[in-house]
Write a protein that binds this ligand. Structure first.
Ligand code: GUN
Length: 283
């Protein structure tokens, strides 16, 4: 039997509707959530992501600014910009689009963001709170938060399940692993050094791949009736594909996310949710 498709577009719309509803209450207190997106260089994928984030702000009526900096911007200049945004009362959320150029120390830049405005949830304070199990006091990274919402939308319980995460990036794999542990998943995290990736994936009741390596996950690696979430995006010619060989794997899984239209829209919706939360927390 063919898997049910997890409709990320539909679920992200529901998240955005709830954000819009909450915003109405905030408006009565004269607060308009403000998001600053910092873009360094002009990598086409990053430019597109930033546009989507700004469009989502516009659709909701949030205030948004884009700070575009040259590829060769110095670390000091970038830190200066972040400091200005940290002190700007109209800005409740700051997002530095990753990846940054190699000459910039990414961790140092992330740590310069005020944790209260860290709508990406990448600072040590927000990640530390999540590691302590204090998710409610933290801003939780957008893509991992979106992945959890998508799993929940299927009615699948995470507790006690074998969950395999492929990829351990700061944007997805690492924070997602913490969220899964908090929900009592039995977790396996794989990276490019993992031996026998196939076996680790085959063991998974819930399989999440976030590597950006097209066609990494084939049907031979998927347990029958598994829930499969594909966080990968790679452009091949004019087509965007995920990590999972969708057409084959959908014949084996119970639920599967498509690419595009799966996890992607959830990231943007969760960013709006975080920006609203940061604005609320500023009161
Ligand atoms: N690049 C890829 N994903 C993300 C993300 O979630 N946040 C930021 N800031 N950059 C990214």
């Amino acid at each position: 039997m063919s898997a049910k498709i997890i409709d990320g577009k539909l679920i992200s719309k529901q998240v955005l509707e709830s954000v819009a509803q909450d915003f109405k209450n905030l408006k009565q207190k004269n607060i308009v959530p403000g998001l600053a997106v910092v873009l360094v260089g002009n990598d086409p994928a990053s430019v597109l992501y930033v546009e989507k984030k700004q469009q989502a702000c516009k659709n909701l009526g949030f205030f948004s600014v884009k700070i575009s900096l040259a590829e060769n911007v110095s670390e000091k200049e970038l830190l200066n910009e972040i400091e200005k945004l940290n002190n700007d009362k109209k800005i409740h959320g700051i997002l530095v689009q990753l990846p940054l150029p190699k000459h910039v120390n990414t961790e140092k830049i992330i740590e310069a963001i005020s944790p209260k405005k860290d709508v990406d949830g990448f600072t040590s304070q927000n990640l530390g709170k999540i590691a302590l199990g204090l998710e409610k006091d933290a801003l939780v990274s957008c893509t991992p938060k979106g992945v959890i919402k998508l799993i929940e939308s299927t009615g699948t319980e995470i507790k006690g399940k074998n969950v395999t995460v492929v990829g351990k990036s700061i944007t997805v794999g690492k924070p997602l692993s913490l969220l899964l542990l908090n929900r009592n998943a039995t977790l396996t995290v794989c990276d490019k050094f993992t031996k026998n990736l196939k076996q680790k994936c085959l063991n998974a009741d819930i399989l999440i791949s976030a590597t950006g390596k097209a066609e990494l996950i084939t049907k031979e690696m998927v347990k029958p009736e598994a829930v499969v979430l594909d966080v990968g995006t790679k452009k091949i010619g004019n087509k965007v594909v995920g990590d999972v060989v969708f057409e084959d794997v959908k014949e084996k899984a119970s639920f599967i996310t498509p690419v595009p239209g799966g996890v992607g829209p959830m990231t943007v919706a969760c960013l709006m949710e975080n920006t609203l939360l940061a604005a609320k927390n500023s009161l």
